[in-house]
Design a protein around this ligand. Sequence first.
Ligand code: GUN
Length: 295
Amino acid sequence: MTARIIDGKQIAADIRDELKAEVAALKEKGIVPGLGVVLVGEDPASQSYVSAKEKACESIGIYSDDNRLPVETTQEELLALVGRMNNDPRINGILVQLPLPRHIDESAVLMAIDPDKDVDGFHPVNVGKMVVGEDAFLPCTPHGVVQMLRRSGVETCGAHVVVVGRSNIVGKPVANMLLQKKEGANATVTLCHTRTRDLGQFTRQADIIIAASGFPNTVTADMVKEGAVVIDVGVNRIEDPTRERGYRLVGDVDFDAVKEKASMITPVPGGVGPMTITMLLFNTVVSAKRANGID
Ligand code: GUN
């Protein structure tokens, strides 16, 4: 079997078109959704994520308030900025780009964000609501994964999903979302991680594999059941002297070999990546609607 490629760029573009129409309708009511973005320091990967977020906001008509702060910014200064944005009615969502410099307590900053503006879905209030199945801001990458499955017609009800990776940003939330007693979920979920003994024993039982380990080739063809759906959340740089920039991006899955066994697979780049920012825009629009009593 050669897998159908799940085109994350196309699915993201479809959702962005829907959001653009919603933003235009909100503007007619005098409402402009706003996102506050904070980047501390000059990490090149973070700079490019943040620029992409700002561009995406602009492309669908969301107001974006960019705050690029020097690496020596103190925790107090950052907390004061978050406090100002919590109280600014133009801002519906706050995004503090992670990782933060080491002298800043990441958890203290995330806790300071008003849960009603926590469009990253990282505040414990939103994490708790997600776990008990209440309405919450869902973290963007796992929410994007769930949307991709849904929009590609993948049945999750009763399916065995094996998640590889237990991060707070991807593994734990995606496992939680898919086990909910809800449409588009209802899966049997196994969560594997770096201490799992014989990972292949679990992944070979999976109808759906979600790879979020952070290491290339974590999932190889011998670990995949014929016809499984494979979602690759990984973004790893590997050296490639044939490329001008000296590296290329690969996921956590051995794509070339696994695509011959899977029924559907996401590529890297062009798979999960474009969905993350799209779901951030989605959360910002939802937040703007809630703040104005719509929905
Ligand atoms: N760093 C890497 N991914 C993310 C994300 O989804 N949100 C934030 N705030 N920082 C990140």
